[in-house]
Design a protein around this ligand. Structure first.
Ligand code: HEM
Length: 140
């Protein structure tokens, strides 16, 4: 039962983190194309999406660590799993960094840096694809 619940939350968190990346990415790309800065309410939405993304990554880590220990007695499973862990670590790092940046800029009443937001959205997408591919190979 514990394993089923952990897996359910692991999968739910994947849905949320992916949704945030796609949704936030679409909103940002519309503004970038128009060369406009998101107005206050949209900026607020992007900030909340960032928090949801970070929270879902933390849930992925907590449930993932527990699943690894319960099902595999640790983190040495296979090389694809190691790749998955490294990419998931980078994803978490990017998410923490971007959330800090958005938080700091909104505190200074400035829009987030366009370049930082673009790079973090693109890397987030790429890293998520790497993590999912590595998960598919690791548990083949
Ligand atoms: C962005 C982060 C992550 C994503 C997108 C992700 C994605 C996935 C997916 C799609 C599966 C299902 C694979 C399958 O059953 O074929 C899975 C399973 C699993 N994940 Fe993650 N994961 C993430 C982070 C983590 C982390 C950080 C850990 C461990 C520290 C972890 C440990 C596991 C384990 C042990 C399973 C296998 C459970 C089983 O044997 O059924 N995951 N993950």
């Amino acid at each position: 039962m514990t394993i089923v619940i952990l897996k359910l939350f692991h999968y739910l968190a994947i849905v949320f983190s992916g949704g945030v990346l796609v949704g936030g990415g679409v909103i940002q790309s519309v503004y970038t194309k128009e060369n406009k800065i998101p107005e206050i309410h949209v900026a607020k939405i992007l900030k909340i999406l960032g928090y949801i993304g970070l929270l879902s990554l933390l849930i992925l880590w907590v449930t993932g660590i527990l699943l690894s220990i319960i099902l595999y007695n640790g983190f040495i499973i296979n090389s694809a799993f190691t790749v998955k862990l490294i990419a998931a670590g980078f994803l978490l790092g990017f998410s923490i960094f971007t959330n800090f940046h958005v938080y700091n800029s909104s505190k200074k009443k400035l829009p987030p840096n366009k370049k930082i937001m673009k790079i973090s959205t693109m890397s987030g997408r790429g890293l998520l694809i790497i993590v999912l591919t590595a998960a598919a190979i690791a548990f083949y």
